[in-house]
Design a protein around this ligand. Structure first.
Ligand SMILES: [Zn+2]
Length: 257
């Protein structure tokens, strides 16, 4: 079983050395490929929304469509149609902009996130929900928490092998969730926008809490005390992708598990 680690949206700060990519996981499952988050989609490059244009002003980004998940996946030798499932940590533009490039895929997301998206925006950061991103989705799988646990975390079992759990970690958005995937050596816990790059982050906890919600100290301690856990967040520093790259000329990275 392989989890490919893809940078599907490079987005750098203009005035400091905060240089990150948007981590998407491409997982080989018993139901075909499952993609965790999408980054921007091809339409975002060819016809940017006002929000993406605004983001390009405040952030520095190569804005290269070769970073779109659909192209990353081709670079790995797969066909886009091989992606049968998309699991979303949440529905901000930089996490689900690629949905229109995979209209055949079933989209899995926490119900509260979906509802915030379709009924919003009510909160300032819900301006990052872009209605056209879901226009081509034919099938949703929406989840509510039913009392199950993964370790000590509230969790929802997803219908895949390897064993996969959705972990509600609300705060950054109402339905923001992590995704835990069983590997041969333990677990890969991807916390989405509930946390940061554990190795490279230098922001203090109060800044993280203000932007990403209350979960980071617990997640960090959990990873530090469980060596079987590989912890990633959505916005990983470019050093992470460089370190994990097995084929840098393909601008992608992967980790054999
Ligand atoms: Zn977000």
């Amino acid at each position: 079983m392989t989890i490919h680690l893809l940078n599907c949206f490079t987005c750098n700060a203009r005035f400091n050395d905060w240089k990150t990519g948007l981590l998407c996981l491409l997982v080989e499952t018993n139901q075909g490929l499952a993609l965790v988050d999408t980054g921007l989609g091809l339409d975002d490059y060819s016809d940017p929304t006002w929000f993406t244009r605004f983001f390009r002003v405040i952030m520095e980004m190569p804005f290269d469509p070769q970073e779109a998940a659909v192209n990353r996946i081709r670079q790995l030798g797969y066909q886009p149609e091989d992606v049968r499932h998309i699991i979303l940590t949440h529905m901000h533009f930089d996490h689900c902009g690629g949905l229109p490039d995979f209209p055949w895929a079933t989209v899995h997301v926490h119900r509260r996130e979906y509802q915030a998206f379709v009924h919003g925006p009510h909160l300032f950061n819900e301006l990052a929900y872009v209605p056209r991103h879901i226009a081509r989705v034919k099938e949703w799988a929406l989840y509510d928490h039913t009392g199950e646990k993964w370790y000590d975390f509230d969790a929802i079992r997803l219908p895949f092998e390897p064993e996969t759990w959705l972990l509600p970690l609300p705060g950054h958005t109402r339905g923001q969730s992590g995704v835990a995937i069983k590997t041969s050596t333990g677990w890969h816990l991807h916390v989405g926008d509930a946390g940061v790059d554990i190795e490279h982050n230098q922001a203090p906890d109060w800044v993280i809490r203000a932007g990403l919600g209350p979960h980071w100290p617990r997640l960090r301690t959990f990873a530090q005390t469980h060596p079987e856990i590989i912890l990633t967040a959505s916005h990983m520093f470019l050093e992470f992708f460089a370190k994990n790259a097995s084929a840098p000329e393909e601008r992608s990275s992967q980790r054999e598990l």
